[in-house]
Design a protein around this ligand. Structure first.
Ligand SMILES: NC(=O)c1ccc[n+]([C@@H]2O[C@H](COP(=O)([O-])OP(=O)(O)OC[C@H]3O[C@@H](n4cnc5c(N)ncnc54)[C@H](O)[C@@H]3O)[C@@H](O)[C@H]2O)c1
Length: 382
């Protein structure tokens, strides 16, 4: 059967650029479909470096100006893997050019930007997806399936953490390559938009909408040298954030993120407690789902750790044999599977720009509450 081509134009070629490129190469090998993913062009500002990346990762050509890449006729999909402050402009330009869009998270610097991005893709009628990749870990999909089956019963609690320790050193500068996450002009916010955005997206998917929030944010190191100006400048991001919330289903939420939890590198965990069943997941052990089932025989009742690698577990049957675990990179391959299946079904892929906006609204409310120290209603996506 002749294949539909998905010729990708990637903008940004560092951490996420590599994660996405790996997915573009692997998806056709492991998940046959009517679409052929072609790494067509990659854009970066440094010509020598972007050429080296293109050679290593099999891109056919390079651009040093993303606007030129968006204007090209031989590109079907624009993949945005740039710092957060560029998503808005690049996605809107891509939509205007009629390109399909894959965009990194958070969708916009804030809800207002994300609203404009959603409007642009709706007007253009182009396929879109946000790379909230943790939704695509097999163990997280298994959690989703169990929750949707109703087995948990009434949900009482949802809690999530995303803990790191890489900014504790007060001599670490802010801004520029590799450290733009410490500059709110580029990142939008600190841990709230960067790390908690992942926790929020997963929570909205698993447990439904969030009604209101009350938050505590802190900036522990108040001034850092800025890499671009060379001057010591005020730190504008939140270093840590904790918030409580009410979900629309009546359950209570508790979220915490920091880059000051010594010893933790990327400890993303979530737990959901229903009347009949509880589930726990941990990114450091991402191929496992912990399940407590109250309907088990009383003397045998306890937490069980399910190694999510069997042929009938989500996505797993397409990979190796049971027992061989999947890791971080596979979540991006699975996101591409969703994107392609969304095109094949005509229903679109999730999470889409509407979902990205929903998360940005929660982030906005959390940051506003952190400032006001009051409960804040969360704007709902219409
Ligand atoms: N889904 C996830 O788990 C996940 C993980 C990390 C980062 N992210 C998101 O991915 C995005 C990129 O993060 P990263 O860690 O890959 O950042 P990075 O700093 O490693 O890479 C950013 C890339 O963008 C390029 N870039 C910057 N300005 C540009 C411009 N004007 N034109 C073209 N290229 C430009 C840089 O040269 C670099 O190649 C961010 O939005 C971040 O929040 C998501």
């Amino acid at each position: 059967m002749p294949k539909n081509q998905l010729r990708i134009g990637l903008i940004g070629y560092s951490f996420m650029g590599r994660a996405h490129s790996n997915a573009f190469h692997q998806v056709n090998h492991f998940f046959p479909s009517s679409y052929e993913v072609i790494p067509q062009a990659v854009c970066g500002r440094d010509e020598a470096k972007v050429k080296e990346f293109a050679a290593r990762w099999g891109y056919k050509s390079v651009e040093t100006d993303w606007r030129k890449m968006i204007a090209r006729d031989d590109i079907d999909v624009i993949d945005i893997a740039t710092p957060n402050n560029l998503h808005h402009e690049q996605a809107i330009a891509a939509a205007k050019a009629g390109k399909m869009i894959l965009c990194e998270k958070p969708l916009g610097l804030n809800g207002k930007e994300a609203e404009e991005m959603l409007k642009a893709i709706k007007k253009a009628g182009v396929a879109n997806m946000v790379w909230y990749n943790y939704r695509r870990c097999p163990a997280v999909v298994l959690a989703k399936n169990l929750i949707d089956s109703g087995k948990l019963g009434r949900i009482y609690h949802y809690r999530a953490n995303f803990l790191q320790d890489w900014t504790i050193n007060a001599d670490l500068p802010q801004g520029g390559t590799g450290l733009w996450r410490l500059d709110a002009k580029v990142a939008g916010s600190g841990v709230t938009g960067d790390l908690l955005a992942h926790c929020i997206d997963t929570a909205l998917w698993l447990n439904g909408g969030i009604k209101d929030v009350t938050a505590m944010t802190e900036t522990f190191v108040k001034e850092r040298k800025h890499n671009l100006t060379g001057k010591v400048e005020k730190v504008s991001i939140d270093d840590a954030c904790s918030f409580m919330c009410h979900f629309n289903n009546g359950s209570l939420g508790l979220f915490e993120s920091t880059r000051y939890a010594r010893g933790h590198k990327a400890l993303y965990t979530f737990e959901i407690n229903g009347a009949n069943m509880s589930l726990k997941w941990d990114l450091h052990d991402l191929h496992r789902l912990q399940i407590f089932d109250y309907s088990d025989e009383s003397q045998e009742r306890g937490w069980k750790s399910v190694h999510v690698s069997d042929g009938d577990h989500p996505y797993c049957g397409k990979w190796w044999v049971p027992g061989l675990q999947l890791g971080y990179e596979h979540s991006f391959v699975h996101a591409m599977v969703e994107f392609i299946q969304g095109l094949e079904s005509g229903k679109g892929a999730k999470p889409d720009f509407k979902d990205g906006l929903a998360t940005d609204y929660v982030v906005d409310a959390v940051l506003a509450s952190g400032k006001s120290r009051k409960w804040q209603k969360v704007k709902q996506v219409k």
